[in-house]
Ligand binder design. Structure first.
Ligand code: NAD
Length: 250
């Protein structure tokens, strides 16, 4: 006699981008329902068109995750449609590349609210549902810039991602008694629009400095996210895992 296995559900922010799309496909391949959230309707449509998904396993939700109302709507729409939220991937992010003296307060606030406050807001709402279920996993997409300053990122970007690592550790610590884990990934350059916008010569220099000699593919990052979200990493929590081709090793 065959039993029906319940599909688990993941919410992915920034799902319209390169890492978001690859992550959505990885979770679909891992038999999850996927909730795709993105500010850009155009990006979301492109992602949905690319995904190989069984019927009724994808929920497309346009919205700005730095707005609390969006986070509330995303949670309630997810529970209405799929009945649970098992994994949250805080992936939405923007980068700025200006140095400190050229960083306006407005730009600073925009980067911090997209990369850090949005993850806090999504976590705050989603973790209540996870706590009630006494299970859940959160993966935050940080960056190697969280750990080492470099010329291609503004102080706002590095500070937002360093803050995201702290948030990860705090959530891991606070919610461990409820069976909820939280981890971060820290990619070096990844072949997405964010990296392709850098001029080709500079991109060549950046990849030449990486011991493995290339940027990551979005799928490589997605595989790590799926691993950290799932049962195979059940004793890992509060970690900020490098995926940077050997750029640095701590
Ligand atoms: P991307 O630009 O392809 O995708 C980012 C997506 O986030 C876009 O679709 C964008 O519309 C969405 N987004 C931005 N602000 C949003 C908001 N407020 N609400 C909802 N959606 C929003 O970039 P990517 O490379 O896929 O980046 C994904 C994550 O990976 C980001 O957090 C980024 O900082 C991080 N990262 C990327 C690289 C890289 O080299 N590409 C390296 C390290 C870390």
């Amino acid at each position: 006699m065959s039993e029906t296995v319940r599909r688990e559900t993941v919410i992915i922010s920034g799902a319209g981008g390169g890492i978001g799309t690859a992550t959505a496909q990885s979770f679909l391949d891992g038999s999850f329902n996927v909730v795709l959230v993105d500010l850009s309707e155009e990006n979301l449509d492109r992602t949905v068109a690319r995904l190989r998904a069984p019927e009724n396993t994808v929920l497309r939700l346009p919205g700005d995750v730095s707005q609390e109302k969006t986070c509330q709507t995303v949670l309630s729409a997810t529970l209405d449609r799929f009945g649970s939220v098992d994994v949250l991937v805080n992936n939405a992010g923007i980068i700025r590349r200006e140095p400190t003296e050229e960083t306006s307060l407005e730009n600073w606030n925009q980067v911090l609210s997209t990369n850090l406050t949005a993850a806090f807001l999504m976590t705050r709402h989603v973790v209540s549902a996870m706590r009630a279920a006494r299970k859940g996993s959160i993966v935050n997409v940080a960056s190697r810039a969280a750990k080492r300053p470099h010329r291609n990122a503004s102080p706002s970007y590095g500070a937002s991602k360093a803050g995201l690592i702290y948030l990860t550790r705090h959530v891991a610590f606070e919610f461990a008694p409820y069976g909820i884990r939280a981890n971060a990934v820290c990619p070096g350059p990844v072949e997405t629009d964010m990296f392709r916008k850098i001029d080709p010569e500079r991109r060549r220099q950046i990849t030449a400095e990486i011991p493995l000699g290339r940027a990551a593919s979005p799928e490589e990052v997605a595989d790590l996210i799926l691993y950290l979200a799932g049962p195979r990493s059940s004793y890992i929590t509060g970690e900020a895992v490098n995926i940077n081709g050997g750029s640095f090793m701590d």
